[in-house]
Design a protein around this ligand. Structure first.
Ligand SMILES: Cc1cc2nc3c(=O)[nH]c(=O)nc-3n(C[C@H](O)[C@H](O)[C@H](O)COP(=O)(O)OP(=O)(O)OC[C@H]3O[C@@H](n4cnc5c(N)ncnc54)[C@H](O)[C@@H]3O)c2cc1C
Length: 386
């Protein structure tokens, strides 16, 4: 793998960083406080080509690879320092868009991808339920074939973009008793009969994205909205997402880390105690050094997963799990240290670092907890060797 960033990639990075800095960051304190979603930002992300970065041009995308998408995601989050908007982007483009692109029919790709790329529409991904989070295959939502449609019944929980999504990928049991091999995925339009959105869920972090329950009450889904083969929703769709989620979606953590390192570097040089800048104290310098190391290691782990995607090879599950666990935990430690370096100021909302910590907490929970990832890593070592 080539680690050199080309002039073209650097230009992409700079443009995405500037977009975040000018369009996202100025309002982030207010949007975080009120838990407000901003469609104007979304439209600007679409116009800048961010939302369609991995998709082919014929579907409205900019055909950038996974590594370039990681760069864009990092840069935008670095400039905007807003984990919520970056999460909304990941839930729409990566969790909803990538399966449609990779597994969808031509008609599905043409129908759903261009609007998502432009920022006219937004997608979501419905896997989790109140009773099945880590054990996602234990879902209760059912889909039964009746004539030329499927009838969905059940409730999905914690759905990012749920209150505003125009369409979503929904996993449901199509062959009871077959566990992971009896689950299918469907593209469900939010205006379908029997589709209902729950209340927005108030959260500690990523508050600038919206989250809700989604109810399916005899929800009618045309048979042509089955995504991929019947009964491959878990072994196909969910498995496909792992690599993309644990690179392109996770890359926003890099942006958060980088924003924190820079804020802390500036602050440590300006803040004077005992007659000198706190940057002169070894304890503070070591925190800065550790932050930088965590950022650099995280970038390498994420790029390794993304590199596989760009070669069209499936990233090893263990590599994706290592990246997910290390990066999300590194981001939390960096965010925690950023508050420590800012002292009392770090505890206030004004300096942005407390929001950084709140936003970082989801990383070790959403899309597979650190505990479950460690089980995957340990199983790989024990069963397959190092
Ligand atoms: C803000 C937010 C946004 C989200 N967005 C989405 C979304 O868009 N779409 C979607 O489908 N889901 C979404 N989720 C759901 C998320 O993926 C789940 O919360 C996550 O998978 C964990 O499931 P759980 O919350 O049910 O926790 P549980 O599975 O109940 O876990 C609770 C604790 O038990 C531990 N545990 C569970 N099983 C094991 C085990 N086998 N070994 C060791 N420890 C274990 C966990 O690690 C954790 O510490 C979102 C969640 C949040 C909070």
């Amino acid at each position: 793998m080539d680690f050199e960033i080309s002039a073209e990639q650097q230009a992409l990075y700079e443009a995405a960083r500037a977009l975040g800095e000018h369009e996202v960051h100025p309002t982030v304190l207010e949007r975080d406080k009120s838990g407000r979603w901003d469609w104007a930002i979304w439209k600007k992300m679409g116009a800048a080509g961010l939302l369609g970065s991995p998709f082919p041009e014929e579907y409205g995308g900019t055909a950038l690879g996974a590594v370039d998408t990681c760069l864009l995601k990092e840069a935008f989050t670095y400039g905007g320092h807003d984990g919520g908007v970056s999460l909304a982007w990941g839930a729409s483009s990566i969790l909803c868009g990538v399966p449609i692109w990779k597994l969808g029919t031509e008609a599905q790709k043409k129908k759903y991808l261009p609007g998502m790329c432009r920022g006219d529409t937004i997608g979501a991904f419905c896997l989790s339920e109140a009773g099945s989070g880590s054990d996602a295959a234990a879902m209760k939502t059912r889909a039964e074939k009746k004539g030329d449609r499927y009838i969905l019944n059940g409730t999905k929980m914690w759905i990012t973009n749920g209150p505003i999504a125009n369409h979503m990928i929904v996993t449901a049991v199509t062959e009871p008793g077959a566990k992971a091999f009896g689950i299918s995925s469907f593209i469900v339009d939010a205006n379908s009969k029997g589709f209902k959105v729950g209340q927005h869920i108030d959260k500690m972090g990523v508050r600038t994205s919206l989250t809700s329950e989604i109810f399916f009450e005899d929800c009618e889904v045309p048979e042509e909205n089955l995504l991929g083969e019947l009964n491959t929703g878990f072994v196909g769709t969910v498995k496909l997402i792992f690599g993309w989620e644990r690179s392109c979606l996770l890359a926003s953590s890099l942006g958060g880390m980088r924003a924190n390192v820079e804020r802390c570097t500036r602050y440590a040089q300006e803040r004077v105690q005992f007659g000198k800048p706190i940057a002169k104290f070894q304890a503070v310098r070591h925190m800065l050094a550790d932050m930088k190391m965590r950022y650099e290691l995280s970038r390498n782990l994420i790029w390794r997963v993304a590199w596989h995607l760009d070669q069209d090879t499936e990233p090893p599950l263990v590599d994706a799990a290592v990246a997910k666990t290390f990066v999300s935990e590194a981001a939390q430690k960096v965010a925690r240290d950023a508050i420590q370096i800012h002292g009392g100021n770090g505890f206030t909302t004004e300096y942005h670092v407390e929001r950084g910590l709140r936003d970082s907490i989801l990383g070790t929970i959403g899309g597979g907890t650190s505990e479950v990832q460690r089980s995957i890593i340990a199983r790989s070592i024990l069963d397959l060797g190092f």
